[in-house]
Design a protein around this ligand. Structure first.
Ligand SMILES: Nc1ncnc2c1ncn2[C@@H]1O[C@H](COP(=O)(O)OP(=O)(O)OP(=O)(O)O)[C@@H](O)[C@H]1O
Ligand SMILES: [Zn+2]
Length: 517
């Protein structure tokens, strides 16, 4: 009821009471014998009633009504993203993992009956522009949830308690509008590791976030998604079970994913038939989804500028060059000619792993990840607590496989093996100083004693590393064809799963030469 209506109603009721009073209070000097007064009162009541009714349909009133309804609807609409999984290209593994969360949000009763708890906190981590925000929006879109975006930096304020209050309000709103998805970008701005030097405001904000995450129950149907470029910066407390306990890596797209991302971004653009999306994807190795969307947009702008009906390959090429210019300054990883070298390097690691039957390979990739230009991911067959002398040496050989491949193919080595060498040397050091696995035999060297006999220890480390490197080069030499095939496929596809690697070997009748092992 609005103000005007309220006043009229009051007036109306008062007049009615007055009118009835004329019958009860016979001594009333005004009305007892004044039937005219009664008529006037009745008439006023009637007029007021008509006015009241008219108010309901007055344009002014209707407008006010429409305005509030629109505001409510707008709020709901902006909070309900019209994005779903088909707008997110690539990232198949992550989407697969999220399917379960979607089901949780859609039919919580099913899980409640089984006593299963809805996952509360999911953490997306990975380089900028890879679709973390987009994916969170799509999760809300898929489940018709209300979306509450926030950024960690918004919560960090000068005044103690302000950030904490904002966190509280955000969660309150989300609970009221459930099912809902809270998305906190740059979560490291509030959730960074606490230092001894206290920062009252930041600590309070983080504490409030922890309290809120502990506080809501699975039946409240609120999912919190945090995003960060730096998982290593986050406070342990935030990663504990019941908080952000599901971590999903959102990496840069590989060739196939880049093709798909281009597909999404040219969906509504008039693109010339001669444009080959695969070729565009090949030219944009190492770029993020945001870069690709930027390229599609730049190309469209250029087409307008060139008075073209359709976007042609010239526009795409110019747009790629423009974006690469910006990227290369920030990201030294993206140099096309290095892609080949990285392919040999990673193929070297993978082949050594296969030859020596170390852990199972789950993925080989030349898509840069963090500091690394490429990587091989292993799934350990079982937890191992005891490793033999030969097994440790095999581990070192696999670590040196990348450098050996480079030496073999290019006749010289590059800086790409920095991390491998560090790990290989650390293992060799442990073999000599901790495990008694060198010519120094069953001796163990305590850290404060090492300085005294360092040349001796260093010599033993060198013997192990040199022998492993020699073996690794000779094993790869015996499998040169294989190295070539794997590297070529890796260069083409950018990622190979463990199964794809196996199929490749079988299909090409390639037999591992284990060099008498
Ligand atoms: N996988 C993808 N599929 C389709 N478009 C994508 C994809 N990844 C990124 N994009 C495009 O890039 C834009 C930026 O992505 P988004 O903001 O989600 O990245 P982000 O990972 O959240 O980045 P930041 O870490 O910088 O916050 C998106 O709006 C979208 O246009
Ligand atoms: Zn390596």
């Amino acid at each position: 009821m609005n103000k005007r209506k309220f006043i009229i109603s009051l007036l109306y009721i008062n007049l009615l009471i007055l009118f009835l009073g004329t019958f009860i209070n016979v001594n009333n000097s005004y009305f007892t014998y004044m039937s005219k007064g009664r008529v006037i009162l009745l008439l006023t009541c009637f007029v007021l009633f008509i006015y009241y009714k008219k108010l309901d349909s007055s344009p002014e009133y209707e407008l006010a009504q429409v305005k509030t309804e629109k505001k409510d609807k707008e709020l709901k609409q902006t909070n309900k993203p019209h994005v779903n999984f088909k707008d997110v290209a690539g990232l198949d593994e992550v989407k697969e993992e999220l399917v379960e969360v979607i089901d949780f949000i859609k039919s919580p009763e099913k899980y409640k009956k089984m006593g299963a708890k809805i996952p509360k906190g999911i953490l997306f981590y990975g380089p900028p522009g890879t679709g973390k925000t987009l994916l969170a929006q799509a999760l809300a879109g898929e489940t018709n949830s209300t979306f509450f975006p926030a950024s960690g930096s918004e919560f960090v304020e000068k005044y103690v308690g302000v950030g904490a209050k904002r966190v509280r309000t955000l969660f309150e709103k989300a609970k009221k509008n459930s099912p809902s998805v809270i998305f906190i970008d740059e979560v490291d701005a509030i959730g960074a590791k606490r230092t001894t030097e206290s920062n009252n405001e930041k600590d309070q904000t983080l504490n409030q976030l922890l309290i809120e995450m502990d506080g809501f129950h699975s039946d409240q149907n609120v999912v919190v998604i945090g995003a960060t470029n730096r998982l290593d910066l986050l406070d342990e407390a935030l990663l504990r079970p019941g908080r952000f306990d599901r971590h999903m890596h959102i990496g840069n797209p590989d060739l196939k994913a880049r093709q798909e991302i281009f597909g999404v971004h040219i969906r509504n653009k008039p693109v010339d038939k001669s444009v080959d999306i695969k070729k565009l994807a090949q030219k944009t190795h190492g770029m993020s989804g945001a870069h690709l969307s930027n390229i599609a947009n730049e190309a469209a702008i250029l087409a307008v500028r060139n008075n073209k009906k359709n976007i042609g390959i010239e526009e795409f090429d110019a747009a790629i060059e423009k974006v690469i210019g910006g990227v290369e300054k920030k990201n030294p990883h993206i140099v096309e000619k290095e892609k080949k070298k990285v392919s040999y390097h990673e193929a070297g690691h993978a082949l050594m792993g296969k030859i020596l039957e170390l852990d199972l390979i789950s993925k080989i990739s030349i898509v840069p990840r963090g500091e690394a230009l490429g990587y091989v991911m292993y799934t350990p067959e079982e937890d191992r607590y005891l490793l033999t002398y030969n097994e440790l040496k095999n581990k070192i050989k696999v670590l040196l496989g990348g450098r050996s491949a480079e030496q073999l193919i290019y006749g010289e080595v590059s800086t790409g093996a920095k991390d491998d060498l560090k790990k290989a040397n650390a293992l060799a050091y442990q073999m000599v100083c901790e495990y008694g696995m060198s010519n120094l035999q069953n001796r163990v060297f305590e850290p404060n004693f090492i300085k005294n006999c360092y040349p001796l220890i260093d010599n033993e480390i060198k013997l192990i590393i040199d022998e492993c490197y020699k073996d690794s080069v000779s094993l790869l030499t015996g499998n040169l064809n294989l190295l070539q095939t794997v590297a070529d496929h890796l260069y083409e596809q950018e990622t190979l799963t463990g199964e794809e690697l196996d199929t490749l070997l079988i299909k090409n009748n390639l037999i591992l030469n284990k060099g008498g092992l």
